[in-house]
Structure formats: structure tokens, C-alpha cells
Design a protein around this ligand. Structure first.
Ligand code: GLN
Length: 487
């Protein structure tokens, strides 16, 4: 049955349409795979086997009755930051242990409406804060390519589940790189949509002006299929945009000849692992050979992205996490009086990284510091957005590595929060500017760890990025390689 779990969505849909496999068989194969493999990976916080079986049976019945919804019978899984009605949603935190939302996130209800089958909820850094999934309050997730390495983060459960054939696709969220970087560390394809492309309703907030949900899958084509289902305006999220959703799958067939691709010099500067730089440059050459035009350009504000991001993200996090006080939300620990209860609840419920960020965020928002830090960071953000607008007048997409290195060993970077923050240097600009970013496998380092390529595009240009990604994958086979560790 292993072959069922290594299918692409496109192939699985063909086989189901032809009556060669059923959604039930596909789902059972995945549940068996999770039972067999996940004890050594730790991608799943919870497996929703009963629901999956019911949804798969319903999908088979619907197909027999002539239904052909875009994801009918496709087994997927969700980062545990996404609210699922009556299914525990912890956000990787003890604070939300036992919390069962009374509603589904819009992206979840759209997946259900498209016929997807939910396998379960995936591990993550607590409240999506981190780059390695080591900050999960439950257990770390391991990288399927090397169990001693991190899968990236904060959506490490999502990338590991897809890489280890424990779901055909997964959703994650990206506030500063948390979709693109784990996809790169685990050798899968994924997209961070433009801000406002996908509803945030029911996505448990970290940095509300930065967060976006997006799909992980095996190919750009599968990413396009899932994005088409979850994208679009939602009256329940006032920041989602009414811009029409193109047919992303149909868009893959377009031509890439003549598209201009920019390589920002600052993203190829020192500090990159040599194999990462070489693989990204080779990918640019590959796109050039397919007819794209590659030019170098300068991203002058590149150095300001990290400081601006960490001030804004922490400020927004401190405001968003104020609701976990044991009264409104959160597992309450009773104390001697109200203040003592707040302290005990927040003291016991949050991990170290979350506390550090709440304190720093509260500091930068406090009277006397607001203008110096938060106000300044917002002004810098406007400059960064302006510079991207100018770059996208010259080029159709930007190309860079996703992360400066491949997956690092457990413990090594966690000891040093500054090093962990530097791991985000190439991804966070996209969130500050609200632009979209696609992450694709583009090679391996000497230790056999996957390397990721990042393509960035102007707001709402996902269709073009996916077309570039599809053209790249039609000419290369990096995305087809599988970790052999797990058989
Ligand atoms: N590593 C970044 C952070 O910790 C990004 C996380 C994310 O995108 N959720 O803020």
C-alpha cells in the first residue's frame, strides 16, 4: 500500500475517477502508514481516524453518484493552529490543551466542501513561534530525511507529514517563513499566499498583519489544486480580498518564456551554505534554459527586515496572546486572587519562547518606547513594501534560497535564539510586504539533506509563481526524490 501514500493529488484523482482505487482504500493506506511511521517522526498531534473513515466513505458515495469535487477523497492534514470544530486544537501549546473549537476555520470548511478527508492535526512550534518545531509543548517532530535533524518550523509537522508519505497534502501557516522554510528542510513544495489571498478566520493569531495559511504538497501542481480551494474572499475575515481566484491548475500550462526573474544580490551574500547557493544558482540557470530571462538586482533594505519583523511580530503576538488568561481562553490555574490566577495560568500555560516574545512585544508597545520601536518598525515596513513594488516593476519574480542552510541538528540552534532568528533572514521580507512566496526542492547537500528554492512574486501573482514552479518541476526531478530512511 506504500504506493498509495506516495501518489500526487493529481494521480490519486485520476485513479479514483477511473475506479482503480477508492477514497476508503487511500485513507486506510494513510492511516496504516501513520501508525507504522509516525512513532519515529512525531508529525501528528492527533489522528482523526473515525472522521477520516466517515469522510472517505461519503466521498466514495458522492463519486459513485457522479460528483467530482476538486479534492474528493483526498487525505490531508492540518497544522494545529487551524481551528477544527469539536476536534482538539492546541496550537502546540499546553495553554490550549483540551480546547475544542465550536467552529471550523474557513480554510477547513472549504477543504471539507471540496471533498477532502481529514487525517489529523499536525505538530508545530507553540503558537507558531520558531523555526524548528522544537518549541512544541508536546514533542519535537523529526526530519524524515535524517531523524537527528529538525524538520524546520513552525509548520514542521506539515512538512514532515507530506515528506514521509503520511498525507497527500497539508496546510501550514507562514508569519515569517513557517511554510517555506520547513518545506525546504523536508524537500516538499509549498506556497505562502499573498496577504489577504486566504481567509484567516479560525487561524489562531500570532502576528495578524503577517499570518497566512497555505498548502504543502509534492508538486507545484498539487499546491495549485489546494490553493484554488482555500483561496478567495471570506466575509468573516475583513482583511481577505475580493480579488477573483484564477484557475491555478489551468494557469500552470502557460508559457514562461520571456518572464523576467531577479536575483537579489543581498540574498546571495555571505553566510549561505555553499551548496545552498550553488543549488539556487543552478535553478536560476535551469529557468533561463527554459526561456526565462535572469537579471541581478539590489534589495537595499534587506538588512532591515529582521529587526522590523521581530518588533512587529512580537508586538502583535503580545496583543493576540493577551486573551489566554484562564478566563476568556486557556487552561486555568487557580491562585489566591484574580491577579495570582492570571500569573499562575500564564506562567504554567506558556513555554519559554512564547513568554520571551510576550515580554518583548509588551515592552516595544509601552508608552515611551512605542514611537522608538514599533512606530519605527512600521515606517521601515512601508519602505520595504515600496522597494518590492519597485522591484516588481522590473521583474516578474524574484529568486533566492529559502534558508541560508539545510536542516540543522536538534538542540544546536535552539540554544542560541539569535541564530534561530537569523535562519529567517531570507523569508520574512515577504510577510512584511504581503507578497507571495513559493518554496520548491532544488537539490541536496553532501549529507543528503534537501535544499529549497524560493520564488517571490508581487501580491496576487500566485498563478505566475506556480507556472514557473511547474515548468521547473517538468524539467527537473528533485521533487520526486524520497527519503529512503523509512522504506
Ligand atoms: N521563525 C519565525 C518566528 O518565529 C517565523 C514563524 C512563522 O512563520 N510562524 O517568528
Amino acid at each position: 500500500m506504500t504506493e498509495f501514500t506516495s501518489l500526487t493529488i493529481s494521480r490519486a484523482l485520476q485513479l479514483m475517477r477511473a475506479g482503480d482505487i477508492s477514497a476508503r482504500e487511500l485513507t486506510e493506506a494513510h492511516l496504516q502508514r501513520i501508525d507504522a511511521i509516525d512513532p519515529s517522526i512525531g508529525a501528528y498531534l492527533a489522528v482523526t481516524a473515525d472522521l477520516a473513515r466517515r469522510q472517505a466513505a461519503a466521498a466514495d458515495e458522492a463519486r459513485a453518484a457522479g460528483d467530482d469535487k476538486p479534492l474528493l477523497g483526498i487525505p490531508i492534514a492540518l497544522k494545529d493552529v487551524l481551528s477544527t470544530k469539536s476536534i482538539e486544537t492546541t496550537c502546540g501549546s499546553k495553554m490550549l490543551k483540551g480546547y475544542k473549537p465550536i467552529f471550523d476555520a474557513t480554510v477547513v470548511s472549504r477543504l471539507y466542501e471540496a471533498g477532502a478527508v481529514l487525517l489529523g492535526k499536525l505538530n508545530m512550534d507553540e503558537f507558531a513561534m520558531g523555526s524548528s518545531t522544537e518549541n512544541s509543548a508536546y514533542f519535537p517532530t523529526r526530519n524524515p530525511w535524517n531523524l537527528e535533524r529538525v524538520p524546520g518550523g513552525s509548520s514542521g509537522g506539515s512538512s514532515a507529514a507530506v515528506a514521509a508519505n503520511m498525507a497527500l497534502a497539508a496546510l501550514g501557516t507562514d508569519t515569517g517563513g513557517s511554510i517555506r522554510q520547513p518545506a525546504s528542510f523536508c524537500g516538499v513544495s509549498a506556497i505562502k499566499p499573498s496577504y489577504g489571498r486566504v481567509s484567516r478566520y479560525g487561524l489562531i493569531a500570532y502576528g495578524s498583519s503577517l499570518d497566512q495559511a497555505g498548502p504543502f504538497a509534492r508538486t507545484a501542481e498539487d499546491v495549485a489544486r489546494v490553493l484554488g480551494v482555500i483561496a478567495g474572499h471570506d466575509p468573516l475575515d475583513s482583511t481577505s480580498m475580493p480579488t477573483p481566484v484564477p484557475d491555478y491548475v489551468a494557469g500552470l500550462r502557460g508559457d514562461i518564456r520571456g518572464l523576467r526573474i531577479g536575483l537579489p544580490r543581498e540574498y546571495f551574500a555571505e553566510g549561505l551554505q555553499p551548496e545552498v547557493e550553488a543549488a539556487a544558482r543552478a535553478a536560476a540557470a535551469q529557468l533561463e534554459s527554459l526561456g526565462a530571462e535572469v537579471v541581478e538586482l539590489s534589495f537595499e533594505h534587506a538588512d532591515y527586515c529582521l529587526p522590523a519583523y521581530y518588533i512587529i511580530a512580537m508586538a502583535e503576538a503580545s496583543a493576540n496572546l493577551a486573551r489566554y488568561d484562564g478566563l476568556r481562553f486557556g487552561a486555568r490555574v487557580d491562585g489566591a486572587d484574580l491577579i495570582d490566577s492570571y500569573k499562575k495560568t500564564r506562567g504554567a500555560g506558556f513555554g519559554e519562547e512564547v513568554k520571551r516574545r510576550i515580554m518583548l512585544g509588551t515592552y516595544t508597545l509601552s508608552a515611551g518606547y512605542y514611537d522608538a520601536y514599533y512606530g519605527k518598525a512600521q515606517a521601515v515596513r512601508t519602505l520595504i513594501r515600496g522597494e518590492f513594488d519597485a522591484m516588481f516593476e522590473q521583474v516578474d519574480a524574484l529568486l533566492a534560497p529559502v534558508a541560508p542552510t539545510t536542516a540543522f541538528p536538534f538542540g544546536e540552534v535552539t540554544q542560541d535564539p539569535m541564530r534561530m532568528i537569523l535562519a529567517d533572514v531570507l523569508t520574512i521580507s515577504a510577510n512584511l510586504a504581503g507578497i507571495c512566496g513559493l518554496s520548491l526542492p532544488c537539490g541536496f547537500d553532501e549529507d543528503g539533506l534537501p535544499i529549497g528554492l524560493q520564488l517571490l512574486g508581487a501580491p496576487f501573482s500566485e498563478e505566475r509563481l506556480l507556472r514557473l514552479g511547474h515548468a521547473y518541476q517538468s524539467a527537473t526531478d528533485w521533487h520526486l526524490r524520497k527519503p529512503d530512511l523509512l522504506g
